[in-house]
Design a protein around this ligand. Structure first.
Ligand code: FUB
Length: 331
């Protein structure tokens, strides 16, 4: 090896940086590697009894316009870096009552079965003349013996037809009761209990007390931590914010935004895995290799922290995401 001289110094720093590049790249984990040519959005994260973390996502068509989406996918991992793709677990073509709009799903485990609760619909949205829009969406429910599907539509129709509804979040409490939250036309901030077999509703849709703050929303997510319930959602479809309550039906107290908006809508889920609280969400990013120049959606993840008073600490989007998860949990 040649000794270092004054003349070699200008080369030293770039060479060192180049040497560090592979290491740097291995630390960059956002967006998650769910498949180079697969555009995923609306991640719903769950940890099942096999010890793996599962993501149920919607699937954008390449360079999509107006979210005409055709199927739902599942992925699983134990280190959040290496993901197994389980392929589409349900598709619009499997439904008798909808032919479009395979939007944000959620999943649950109950009665020894896995459930996929999903929005789907039909018709078109006329942006220039909304009165001519025929678009309708409802929420369906499907079951499987396996977390990776295939899931089968259980009731051959939506759980209800009116009001228009999508973005379901199905929360099963410790006592086994199932609560469904959603985005609905004139029915945001509503909850409905599902029957024990999840094939229908138990009672009607109930408006929740949100403490007087009810911005436009979609994509709710509910979870429980240390006896406190969290209702989280993209406020104005963009900024992730949260409320807390002592019951799954509220009354809720607004606790603020924990992730600011970026380039477009956001949709998220929150789960605890191997002692770490995690946020899964999607980003609109320039996409190398895409068939168009526009930004496309990709699923990403971050660690989530709580303040002493139970509120969620504000977080930034990072390039590293949860790349060090395996090392972190091994400590
Ligand atoms: O993916 C289609 C729709 O965009 C979702 O249902 C919304 O939450 C938004 O992410």
């Amino acid at each position: 090896m040649k000794p270092l001289t004054r003349r070699s110094l200008p080369w030293l720093l770039p060479a060192l940086l180049l040497g560090l590049l592979p290491w740097r790249a291995s630390l960059a984990q956002n967006p998650l590697n769910l498949g180079a040519m697969l555009r995923t959005a609306d991640p719903s994260a769950h940890v099942w009894a096999d010890g793996r973390l599962y993501l149920y996502t919607s699937h954008d068509e390449e360079c999509q316009q107006d979210f005409h989406m055709k199927d739902w996918h599942a992925f699983s991992s134990t280190d959040l870096v290496n993901w197994t793709a389980h392929g589409p677990v349900l598709a619009i073509k499997d439904l008798k009552w909808a032919d479009d709009y395979a939007w944000a799903p959620d999943a649950a485990y109950k009665n020894g079965k896995y459930y996929l609760v999903f929005p789907a619909g039909t018709g078109i949205k006329d942006r220039e003349d909304p009165k001519r829009s025929t678009k309708w969406m409802g929420i369906g429910i499907a079951e499987s013996d396996s977390p990776t599907g295939p899931f089968k539509d259980m009731i051959g129709g939506p759980l209800w037809r009116k009001p228009y509804a999508n973005d379901p979040a199905l929360f099963i409490d410790d006592d086994g009761k199932a609560y469904l939250y959603f985005h609905g036309s004139g029915a945001d901030y509503h909850v409905v209990e599902l029957a024990d077999d999840l094939r229908g509703l138990k009672g009607g849709l109930q408006k929740m007390d949100m403490g007087g703050y009810e911005p436009k929303m979609e994509g709710p997510w509910v979870f429980k931590r240390q006896g406190l319930y969290y209702f989280t959602m993209p406020e104005n479809n963009r900024a992730l914010s949260h409320y807390t309550a002592r019951s799954p039906k509220g009354p809720w107290t607004y606790r603020g935004v924990f992730m600011e908006p970026e380039n477009g809508n956001n949709h998220h889920s929150i789960v605890q895995y191997q002692g770490q609280w995690l946020l899964f969400y999607h980003r609109w990013l320039d996409t190398p290799g895409a068939a168009c120049a526009k930004k496309q959606r990709h699923v990403a993840a971050e660690y989530l922290q709580f303040n002493e008073d139970g509120s969620i600490r504000k977080l930034e989007r990072t390039r590293e995401g949860v790349a060090d998860f395996a090392r972190r949990v091994a400590r």
